[in-house]
Write a protein that binds this ligand. Structure first.
Ligand code: SAM
Length: 379
C-alpha cells in the first residue's frame, strides 16, 4: 500500500529487536532484495525497495515508505519493531548499564521504549540469560497497559519487565523498598502530540490526560486534508464550532484554549519529572515528548533544573559532550532562547522537526544526571 501525504515524505523506520534477532540476520532475511540507499532522500524518492542503516541509533534502519512489513515473520514474532527514529532517542540516550541497577519506564504503553530499554540492557550484557536488572513499567490506562503487556511479551522482554497494569506513576512511593535499586528512569509522558507525522491518523496514542474543555467530535469519514483545512479555517477565524458537510459538529480549540492546554500539560509533565528526581538511587533520567512546543519541552526542563528538589539532590542537565555518540552527533538541538540564554542546557536538549530533511517525527528529549555521591543522599 502506497503511503500518502505527509507520511510519503518520511521513510518507514524499523528497529531490530536484539533480544530476538540481529541487524545482520534481518538484512539477510526480511530485507533481502532491498537496495542500499545513501541518503534518506534516496530511501523516500527512489523507485523500488531501498534501505539505509541509520548512522545515529544502533540497530535501526529506514526503508521505503509504504513497504508493508506487518505480515512478515520478523514482525509477527517480535524480531523487528516499527518505531520512528526519534522515538528511539530516549532509551538510547538513557543507556541503562548494569551499574545503573533497575530501570523505570514511567509512562510505558504501548511499549516501544520499554522494549527498546530491554534490548539495550541485553546488548550490554549479552551473556546473561536471565537479566539481573528489572524494568518497572508503569501505565495508568488499563486498556493501554494490556497492549503494553502484549508488546513486551512478543518482544521477549517479559522476563526482565514488571508491568504495573493501571498504575499511576505519581502514586508510587519513591522511597519504597522495591525501588531501592532504581538508578535510571525514562519519562515519556502524555503530550500535545504536535510532532506526530500524520497526526490525525493516530491521536489515541498521545491523548493528553487533563480533561479537554472542548472535546472534539469529528467525522471519521472526512478525508484528512479536508479536515485539516477546516481546522485551519477555524483557528484563523477564532471560531470554536463548525459543522462539516455531513452535518457533524467539529469542535476545535482556539489559540487561547491551546495555550491553556499546553500550560496544563506542562504542569503535569513537570510533576512527573520532579517525582522521578525523588528516587533515592536515581542517577539518570530522560524526559521526552513528541511535541514541538517549547512550553512542553525546554520550559519544562528549565523549571525542573530550577526546582528545589533538583538543587537539593544535585540534578543537572546531561551535557552534549557526555551523551552517547549518536546523540552527541545529532545536529538539531534545543532553543537557547527558550532556555533563557543557557547555551549548555540548550545544547543538552535534542530536538527533531517533522518537516526537515531527516525524515523523522517532531520530538524532544533531554537527559538529567547527578553524581554518584549525591545518589541515595537525602533520600
Ligand atoms: N512510552 C510509550 C512508547 O514509547 O510506546 C508512549 C507513552 S505515551 C506518550 C504516554 C503514556 O503515559 C500514555 O499511555 C498514558 O496513558 C500514560 N500516562 C499518563 N500519565 C501517567 C501516569 N501518571 N502514570 C502512568 N502512566 C501515565
Amino acid at each position: 500500500k502506497a503511503a500518502a501525504g505527509e507520511e510519503a515524505a518520511h521513510p518507514r523506520w524499523v528497529r531490530i529487536n536484539v533480544i530476538k534477532s540481529t541487524l545482520e540476520e534481518q538484512l539477510e532475511t526480511t530485507f533481502r532484495g532491498y537496495a542500499r540507499a545513501g541518503t534518506i532522500q534516496d530511501v523516500v524518492a527512489k523507485e523500488g525497495k531501498h534501505i539505509l542503516i541509520d548512522p545515529h541509533v544502533p540497530n535501526l534502519v529506514a526503508i521505503t515508505p509504504g513497504c508493508d512489513l506487518s505480515k512478515t515473520e520478523a514482525y509477527t514474532s517480535g524480531k523487528i519493531i516499527l518505531q520512528d527514529k526519534a522515538s528511539c532517542f530516549p532509551a538510547y540516550l538513557l543507556d541503562p548499564r548494569s551499574e545503573d541497577g533497575d530501570v523505570i519506564d514511567a509512562c510505558a504503553a504501548p511499549g516501544n521504549k520499554t522494549t527498546h530499554l530491554a534490548g539495550i540492557i541485553r546488548s550490554h550484557e549479552p551473556e546473561f540469560e536471565s537479566q539481573p536488572q528489572t524494568i518497572f513499567a508503569f501505565e495508568k490506562d488499563s486498556r493501554r497497559a494490556k497492549t503494553l503487556e502484549k508488546m513486551v511479551k512478543i518482544a521477549g522482554s517479559n522476563k526482565m519487565t514488571r508491568i504495573a497494569l493501571g498504575q499511576d506513576f505519581l502514586q508510587v512511593d519513591p522511597e519504597s523498598e522495591r525501588f531501592r535499586n532504581v538508578g535510571a528512569l525514562l519519562l515519556d509522558p502524555s503530550c500535545s502530540g504536535s510532532g506526530i507525522v500524520g497526526r490525525d491518523s493516530m491521536p489515541e496514542l498521545h491523548l493528553p490526560d487533563p480533561p479537554q474543555q472542548n472535546p472534539r467530535r469529528e467525522s471519521k469519514s472526512e478525508p484528512t486534508n479536508k479536515r485539516k483545512r477546516k481546522y485551519e479555517e477555524i483557528r484563523n477565524s477564532n471560531q470554536t464550532v463548525i459543522r462539516d458537510d455531513d452535518g457533524n459538529e467539529i469542535v476545535v480549540e482556539s489559540e487561547k484554549d491551546l495555550a491553556a492546554r499546553l500550560n496544563a500539560l506542562a504542569g503535569f509533565q513537570l510533576t512527573i519529572l520532579l517525582h522521578a528526581f525523588r528516587f533515592p538511587s536515581a542517577r539518570k533520567v530522560t524526559y521526552s515528548t513528541c511535541s514541538i512546543h517549547s512550553q512542553e519541552n525546554e520550559h519544562v526542563v528549565m523549571a525542573a533544573l530550577n526546582s528545589d528538589v533538583a538543587k537539593e539532590r544535585g540534578w543537572r542537565i546531561l551535557r552534549r559532550k557526555d551523551q552517547v555518540t549518536g546523540m552527541k552527533d545529532w545536529p538539531v538541538r534545543g532553543s537557547t532562547e527558550a532556555c533563557n540564554g543557557d547555551e549548555e542546557v540548550a545544547q543538552g536538549c535534542i530536538r527533531c522537526y517533522k518537516d526537515d530533511s531527516h525524515g523523522i517525527m517532531g520530538f524532544f528529549v533531554a537527559g538529567f544526571v547527578r553524581d554518584h555521591a549525591n545518589a541515595s543522599e537525602g533520600g
